[in-house]
Design a protein around this ligand. Structure first.
Ligand SMILES: [Zn+2]
Length: 176
């Protein structure tokens, strides 16, 4: 388990560095990212979200029957169509806002064994991959939300939540 980086952390706003070699260190990072994501009930995680400025993401949609996978040095090589749907982010807990994305994408990357792969995705999987790839460029989903007033409002509420997390290590979500 690795501690999550939250909104306001510099690492979330810096472009991540390419991975030169999928070394044992990178494999361990991938493993720990899977564990951290699972513990937080996430569907994906980018290395900057655990404070590591490297171009590594993991996706875990195992609840939909898709095998979890890692992408090292991923590059979006094609995007088609557009779709808008609600997104959230482990680094901005409690914020959910609609984000426009490509509907279908192709991504080239290395897998956790260093092999070159191309992934074609659509729908929710395509959305999650695009969200994680953005993290590698220091971009957050709120940057793509068109309703800027909603973002301002949500960021104000996030402040209190993050203060609570800093104090207690977690955020107690109200069941309303
Ligand atoms: Zn995120």
């Amino acid at each position: 388990m690795m501690p999550l980086s939250y909104f306001g952390s510099e690492v979330l706003r810096q472009p991540a560095q390419p991975v030169i070699k999928v070394s044992a260190e990178i494999k361990k990072l991938i493993e720990e990212m899977f564990e951290t994501n699972k513990a937080a009930n996430g569907v994906g995680l980018a290395a900057p979200q655990v404070g590591v400025g490297k171009r590594v993401v993991i996706i875990d949609l195992s609840h939909t029957g898709i095998e979890p996978f890692a992408l090292v040095n991923p590059i979006l090589i094609r995007g088609r169509g557009s779709a808008e749907d609600s997104e959230g982010c482990l680094s901005l807990p409690g914020i959910f806002l609609p984000v426009p994305r490509f509907e279908k994408i192709s991504v080239r990357a290395r897998d956790e064994k260093g092999r070159s792969i191309v992934i074609d995705a659509e729908g929710f999987l395509a959305r999650v991959i695009q969200h994680e790839l953005d993290h590698l460029d220091g971009k957050l989903f709120i940057d793509r939300v068109e309703d800027k007033e909603a973002v301002e409002r949500e960021l104000l509420a996030l402040k209190d939540r993050l203060a609570q997390i800093a104090l207690t290590g977690k955020w107690e979500q109200d069941d309303e």
